[in-house]
Design a protein. Structure first.
Length: 99
């Protein structure tokens, strides 16, 4: 399994545009052996040395190729302009689960 964590920072006033993109992109994850495990908007931080993100996503894919195929999905790409318009930056962590 491959795990992707995103810290998502939104441009001020662009939250609705971001939400519109997410309504399209999130369901597509399932088409590529993916599963959204967590979508959170932090409201309380105990300690931090970074700016708090607007949202945090944790997604599981069966493989790196599934993640790549999701990123190249044609339906998702039709609406990528919404992501580009609304997101200031994304910090992406990719890793594997170890017991």
């Amino acid at each position: 399994m491959l795990y992707v964590t995103q810290l998502i920072y939104i441009k001020p006033g662009k939250e609705n545009i971001f939400d519109e993109f997410e309504q399209i992109a999130i369901p597509i994850i399932r088409n590529y052996n993916g599963k959204l495990l967590l979508r959170s908007r932090p409201t309380h931080t105990l300690e931090s040395t970074i700016d708090p993100p607007y949202e945090i996503h944790l997604v599981e894919f069966n493989s790196e190729s599934d993640l790549e195929n999701f990123m190249q999905d044609e339906e998702r790409k039709k609406f990528i302009h919404l992501k580009e318009e609304s997101i200031e930056k994304v910090v992406l962590y990719v890793g594997r689960k170890y017991n």
